[in-house]
Design a protein around this ligand. Structure first.
Ligand code: IYR
Length: 228
């Protein structure tokens, strides 16, 4: 078998796939489900530091996500500087204050009651790391020419999901925080104007003890339809 070949003028390499037997396939799928079913969004963080190597590994994992035309339209901004975290917290809380007071409907606030959220966001200072995922509406090549990106929301959304999975797999916790609007993040992080903040994830250990809402996930029957 050739290790590589040219298809339509571009190099393709042999895909390295190790087929497992049915038992191993089934067991691995179940074990991974059990692991991921333990994941919860956590809002109270320990200030204990975590190795920067772990942060680098989880970001590299997220960046293995598929993306439209393989454009990888994302930037992961990693914030551990206490002054910058403080500024992010102050701006996020100012926006959240306005949201809770004016922007969010009564029904929305009613829907959020089981989560016990409010405009205070101490986790933005307490968590040792904040990862702000930015999406790139477009990009520039080496020569500075504008390059198109495709399916940017889908691509960055998948990468975000993989980041959350990697964080949980590493034994850490996170929260998908979306203070809205998020323009203040693009400004504080001095991102270029073709980048927009997509999600803010505090990453660390949970505070001891941490309580999470007693939520139930939908059953398979409620979320899937099988056309056998
Ligand atoms: N962004 C606000 C409100 C909020 C909205 C939803 I939808 C949530 O699932 C949780 C919170 C906040 O972070 O408090």
């Amino acid at each position: 078998m050739e290790k590589s070949k040219t298809i339509a003028g571009h190099k393709h390499i042999l895909y390295d796939h190790k087929k497992m037997d049915i038992q191993e396939l089934t067991q691995r799928s179940l074990e991974f489900y059990d692991l991921m079913d333990q994941r919860r969004s956590v809002r109270t963080f320990s200030t204990e530091d975590i190795p920067s190597q772990v942060i680098e590994n989880i970001i590299k994992t997220a960046s293995t996500a598929p993306s439209g035309a393989h454009k990888q339209p994302w930037t992961f901004c990693v914030v551990s500087n206490p002054d910058l975290k403080k500024k992010i917290r102050e701006s996020a809380e100012a926006e959240e204050q306005k949201s809770y007071e004016k922007r969010m409907s009564e029904r929305w606030k009613e829907d959020l009651k089981p989560l016990a959220t409010d405009a205070n966001k101490p986790f933005l200072e307490e968590a040792p790391y904040l990862i702000v995922i930015c999406k790139k509406a477009y990009d520039f090549d080496q020569e500075g020419n504008k390059v198109n990106n495709y399916y940017v929301n889908e691509s960055v959304g998948i990468a975000a999901g993989m980041l959350i999975t990697a964080i949980h797999n590493a034994g850490l916790v996170t929260l998908t925080h979306t203070p809205s609007p998020m323009n203040f993040l693009t400004d504080l992080l001095e991102r270029p104007k073709h980048e927009r903040a997509f999600l803010l994830l505090p990453v660390g250990y949970p505070k001891d003890p941490t309580y999470v809402p007693a939520l139930k996930r939908k059953s398979l029957e409620e979320i899937a339809v099988f056309y056998g």
